[in-house]
Design a protein around this ligand. Structure first.
Ligand code: PEP
Length: 249
């Protein structure tokens, strides 16, 4: 069995000073555990502080929340995958619902970002998930499959086999309303079957995380759902003690 992945998406919280303080407290509460994979996605400006704060803890990985699809150029305010890699990131979050629905990121741009991450040696974590109105129209499966297929369209299957995926229903993100373990299992099953059709047996080892209002009360049940290989957590990852409790689930 794969070890579960616990990924903290800090969104636009925790600048460098807060990030350092968070890690001092978190590391005091979380001893190295080989049966867990822990990842932090801090804001880009805090990457260096987090990489530095984790220099004695190579068991914990760091990712960037967003990258541009080009390797360099006149894109004021943007960060390339290569720059994030140079700053110490191992992974890149791609297609988060806030990127798609607040910043208008398209499937095409998401695919280009996945390809840029792979070119730079970052592992992409591709997020997919339906909006409430899409769910109510019975379109969950088709939306998730469209985003998944589009997101990996520009990379080779061997790169897909090294990626991580996250199912994050938009209606569950930051709302306090999580998917039930059964709902999560159903959609994770859809994603797994699609990956199996592309990758064969290798797809069984690809982590598919659930994200959307995970907290210390529901983490265990969600983690036990079929095909849920980890948790991607926003709000509940901002407090070091609470996050260390979730990671020890
Ligand atoms: C997220 O930002 O990826 C997320 C799942 O947020 P929250 O846990 O706050 O719903």
């Amino acid at each position: 069995m794969q070890r579960p992945v616990f990924a903290a998406n800090w969104k636009m919280h925790h600048g460098p000073s807060d990030a350092r303080a968070f890690l001092r407290s978190f590391l005091a509460h979380y001893a190295r555990r080989p049966d867990r994979q822990v990842i932090f996605f801090p804001p880009a400006v805090s990457l260096a502080a987090v990489v530095d704060g984790l220099r004695e803890r190579q068991d914990i990985q760091v990712g960037v929340q967003n990258i541009h699809w080009e390797d360099k150029g006149a894109y004021t305010g943007e960060t390339s995958a290569g720059m994030a890699r140079d700053a110490g990131a191992d992974l890149a979050l791609v297609g988060h619902s806030e990127r798609r629905h607040v910043f208008g990121e398209t499937d095409e741009q998401t695919a280009a970002k996945v390809a840029a991450a792979v070119r730079a040696g970052l592992v992409p974590m591709l997020c997919v998930g339906e909006k409430l109105e899409e769910r109510e129209r019975g379109e969950t499966e088709s939306v998730v499959l469209r985003q998944l297929r589009a997101g990996i369209a520009k990379v080779e299957p061997h790169a897909v086999a090294g990626m991580l995926f996250a199912y994050e229903p938009v209606w569950a993100i930051g709302t306090g309303r999580n998917a039930t373990p059964d709902d999560a299992a159903a959609i994770h099953g859809v994603i797994r079957r699609e990956l199996l059709s592309i990758l064969g047996e290798k797809a069984k080892a690809v982590p598919i995380l659930y994200g959307g209002s995970v907290n210390r009360g529901n983490a265990q049940a969600l983690l036990q759902a079929a095909d849920v290989g980890g948790l991607l957590v926003g709000g509940a990852s901002l407090d070091s003690e609470g996050w260390s409790t979730i990671v020890r689930t």
